[in-house]
Design a binder for this molecule. Structure first.
Ligand code: ZN
Length: 435
């Protein structure tokens, strides 16, 4: 452990659980007294803060969902006066109402602290030079990666997303030792490094990547092209502070999550009852210290499982698997959260396009993600309109969702119809098992 360590100091699971119970009691009181919405939910569930005696009472509490956050726009589930709010972040969904989240000074402090812990767990020290190639702006990524890097005392190189020439120049000239990015960006950079013959002129030894699922083969390729760099999957979501709520440990068989800041339940998404320990289900989180917008049993829609027992790395922090998928139809493409409803809305605004469509997500030979949208023309629209419609759709997708998609316009009636909900998303990006 470094002299100025961010790692938790709990000596036993019992000690951690006592800390969690105290945090749960505080959170329930704070939410009940701070927000009319939370109080309404508690009343409807017939529970008051005094009912929370032990951690097992968590299951008596009402759920919170993404809809609660959207309904309360622009300051949903706010539990402190505006004077205590020092920052707003927004989720990356780009169409419709954003999920805005408020932060107090302490929320920012806590987030920075446990994100610095992620860096420490990945073995970074003050000697590291961290190239931060993630999005800056209303998103939590850029500022999260940067503040924690500075808190750790390492050197932050905020290169931002994209801009391959600049990234290569930074890696070469500044001798960056760590690269933070999405998995797709990591792959893109790995190929560029290889193509430009830079592998033995640069010093990248660790890659911290998040916000997107990755296959084992993709991880291996990134590592190999970077001359054997070690990869760390980092987790997080805007609702729960941002990135840095957990990280793959140096033994690389799990994600350790920060159980002193939030609780994780794994529930069957249909019955909302707990699944047996170690089985896959929906991750539901409850914060223990979050002030501005505490989360109580927030349904993340992410599918994972708890890995029972303690890790061979020695950390007492609890563990879950890497995220396997979603319980809803949201998918992540190039770090952007996209719902088919976004595509519905875009298609409905282009005249001469039909409403039947499919989204195909795959990887090209270079393992880069590809999104192809197949859409029918409207009834009676002449077939020579296809090229114009395809070009228009690609432009609109780029503008609205900030990602590049291929558009394929097909004849009216050529896609399958279903009485039930049609399958819209066909994702073949990951074929190998998730740990
Ligand atoms: Zn571990």
């Amino acid at each position: 452990m470094q002299p100025n360590s961010f790692l938790p100091t709990f000596q036993s699971t019992q000690e951690l659980e006592a800390h969690q119970l105290e945090g749960l009691k505080w959170t329930v009181n704070h939410a009940y007294n701070g927000s009319a919405e939370y109080r309404r939910k508690f009343d409807a569930a017939g529970v008051i803060p005094g009912d929370i005696i032990g951690l097992e009472d968590l299951k008596r509490l009402p759920f919170t969902t993404a809809e609660d956050l959207r309904d309360g726009y622009p300051f949903p589930l706010r539990c402190v006066p505006f004077e205590q709010i020092v920052r707003i972040h927004s989720s990356s969904g780009t169409t419709g109402k954003r999920k805005n989240l408020c932060y107090t000074q302490k929320d920012i402090e806590d987030w920075t602290h446990f994100f610095a812990r992620c860096y420490e767990m990945a073995g970074l020290t003050t000697a590291d030079r961290v190239q931060i190639a993630v999005g800056y702006g209303v998103w939590t990524a850029g500022v999260g990666f940067q503040s924690a890097c500075e808190r750790l005392g390492a050197m932050a190189l905020p290169s931002g997303p994209g801009n391959v020439d600049l990234q290569c120049q930074f890696m070469h000239d500044m001798q960056s030792t760590v690269l933070c990015c999405t998995a797709s960006m990591g792959l893109l950079m790995a190929e560029e490094v290889h193509r430009r013959g830079l592998a033995d002129k640069i010093k990248i030894r660790k890659i911290i990547y998040g916000s997107e699922r990755s296959s084992r083969s993709m991880r291996r390729k990134i590592s190999d092209l970077f001359g054997g760099a070690e990869l760390f999957d980092i987790t997080g979501m805007t609702e729960l502070y941002g990135p840095g709520t957990g990280i793959e440990c140096p033994h690389h068989d799990c994600i350790h999550y920060w159980g002193d800041y939030y609780l994780v339940e794994i529930l069957d998404p249909k019955t909302l009852e707990p699944v047996p320990e170690g089985e896959w289900g929906e991750m539901v989180v409850t914060t223990l210290r979050k002030e501005a917008v505490p989360l109580i049993r927030y349904r993340t829609r992410d599918i994972t499982r708890i890995i029972p027992g303690t890790c061979t790395c020695g950390s007492l922090m609890p563990r879950h698997s890497r995220i396997m998928g979603r319980t809803d139809d949201m998918f992540i493409f190039r770090a952007v959260n996209i719902y088919p409803s976004h595509i519905d809305k875009i298609l409905s605004e282009i005249s001469d396009l039909g409403s039947e469509y499919q989204i195909h997500l795959s990887r090209d030979e270079a393992e880069r993600g590809v999104m192809r949208i197949v859409v029918e023309m409207g009834q009676g629209v002449p077939s020579n309109a296809a090229d114009r419609l395809g070009a228009g759709l690609q432009k609109t997708i780029k503008r609205e969702l900030m990602v590049t998609a291929q558009a394929e316009i097909v004849a009216y009636g050529s896609l399958p119809r279903s009485e039930r909900k049609s399958q819209r998303v066909f994702d073949t990006r990951i074929q190998d098992p998730i740990i």
